[in-house]
Design a protein around this ligand. Structure first.
Ligand SMILES: Nc1ncnc2c1ncn2[C@@H]1O[C@H](COP(=O)(O)OP(=O)(O)O)[C@@H](O)[C@H]1O
Ligand SMILES: [Mg+2]
Length: 395
């Protein structure tokens, strides 16, 4: 390994709030020739009470400033525990880890400015205090990646495209990276692309609606539709699906980003109400949510990608890459159109570890004071050095 190599632990906990994915990565060099080697990845589930509280806050339910401050610190502790436990499981002493890159838990995301107290304002907030993580792990921690891009007029999302560009660009093949987390997003990397040719956006819901319906119908006993078992038992309700596909978010041209504010509880309530009108049973609705995710991804490709670039491959990651309906329906449709569908592990990136690995790379770039946002993906005026650095206490 070159002498400039760093051992970085990336941690991601997305809008699904299912838990923390951690990836330990050896990184050296500088873009565009970054050497990246994944040494291992682990997942840690959030304690049930924490998950509930995250959902509550992300749904913009009332919380006092004092409780919010406590939640920020408590989450920092949980991330620190997850980091230490990842080191233990991967047999690496924490003192050997140079850097943590922690995405944090999004509790609010307003990428497009709205009028607020007299001025157009956009903001995003990922909590889980980096100072707490650095203090408890003894590892310098980069957190709060998104606000720097928003401050430059960007959407603050998506940020992973920079990493997709580094990992997946190809001289002759047009590639699209699709990550299906709570929300689904794509990065479009035309053949022989320069960074400014890359564009990316959230396509709409990923697993978020499916998870919410499963939790609703099982009264919280299950949190997701493992292997699409429930959706497979449901029947298709095409008129209702077509109605959902009129949703303005899907038709809005990129750049755009979305989250639980839009596809959260209120949207689920709408599905439940519409479901009653169509006499849908629980599994029918879970199937509907699954089809809605697939159709919104298809629409994004059909409307905003395929007319613009020659697309040869779709590389899938995220928890949704383990949903057999999503993968098989998308594969059938795209293969039919001459596009290959590949899981990210074919590129050495396990589907669960993709985003954690991405935040390890973003932290490495920030540590070297290099920008790692793509203005073509976020809509910002220019590239930003992302995040805030919390230094480890002196050893
Ligand atoms: N075996 C599986 N079958 C179906 N869905 C799955 C499976 N494994 C994971 N998922 C889905 O993936 C979600 C987690 O995906 P993840 O990529 O961690 O999202 P996020 O980044 O939003 O946390 C789960 O909530 C679940 O909906
Ligand atoms: Mg997750």
């Amino acid at each position: 390994m070159p002498s400039d190599s760093k051992l970085v632990l990336g941690m991601m906990s997305g809008t699904s709030a299912d838990g923390i994915d951690a990836a330990l990565v050896r990184i050296s060099g500088a873009p565009p020739r970054l050497r990246v080697k994944l040494l291992g990845d682990v997942k840690q589930i959030f304690p049930a009470a924490m998950r509930k509280e995250i959902f509550r806050v992300a749904e913009q339910k009332a919380i006092t400033p004092g409780e919010f401050s406590q939640l920020h610190a408590r989450l920092g502790q949980i991330y620190a525990e997850a980091a230490l436990s990842a080191c233990k499981k991967l047999h690496i002493p924490p003192s050997k880890v140079d850097l943590i890159g922690n995405h944090g838990q999004t509790v609010f995301h307003q990428g497009a400015p709205t009028q607020f107290l007299g001025a157009q304002t956009a903001s995003t907030l990922q909590i889980g205090d980096g100072s707490v993580i650095a203090a408890l792990t003894g590892i310098t921690t980069v957190s709060d990646f998104r606000p720097a891009d928003i401050a430059l007029g960007g959407q603050g999302a998506p940020l992973v495209p920079y990493v997709d560009y580094l990992l997946y660009r190809h001289k002759n093949l047009g590639r699209v990276a699709l990550n299906i987390g709570g929300i689904a997003n794509i990065t479009v990397i035309p053949a022989n692309a320069k960074p400014c040719d890359v564009f990316a956006f959230d396509t709409g819901p990923g697993n978020m609606l499916i998870d919410a319906l499963v939790a609703h119908f099982t009264r919280g006993r299950q949190h997701y539709d493992k292997d699409a078992r429930l959706a497979l038992k449901g029947r298709a309700i095409d008129p209702l699906l077509h109605r959902l596909l009129k949703d303005p978010y899907l038709w809005q041209p990129p750049p755009k980003s979305t989250g639980r504010e839009y596809f959260g509880a209120a949207f689920v309530q709408k599905l439940l109400t519409l479901g009653k009108r169509y006499r849908a049973n629980p599994n029918d609705l879970i199937r509907l949510a699954t089809s809605f995710t697939i159709a919104s991804i298809r629409m994004a490709l059909d409307l905003f990608v395929i007319p613009k670039i020659k697309m040869d491959e779709l590389i899938i990651s995220g928890g949704g890459a383990k949903n057999p309906i999503i993968v098989s329906v998308l594969s059938d449709y795209l293969t039919h159109n001459g596009i290959k569908v590949l899981p990210s592990f074919r590129f050495g990136v396990p589907v669960d570890a993709k985003e954690a690995l991405a935040f390890a790379i973003l932290a490495y770039e920030t540590f070297h004071q290099r920008p790692s946002s793509l203005p073509s993906a976020t809509g910002a005026r220019g590239p930003a050095i992302l995040g805030k650095i919390s230094y480890a206490p002196p050893r």
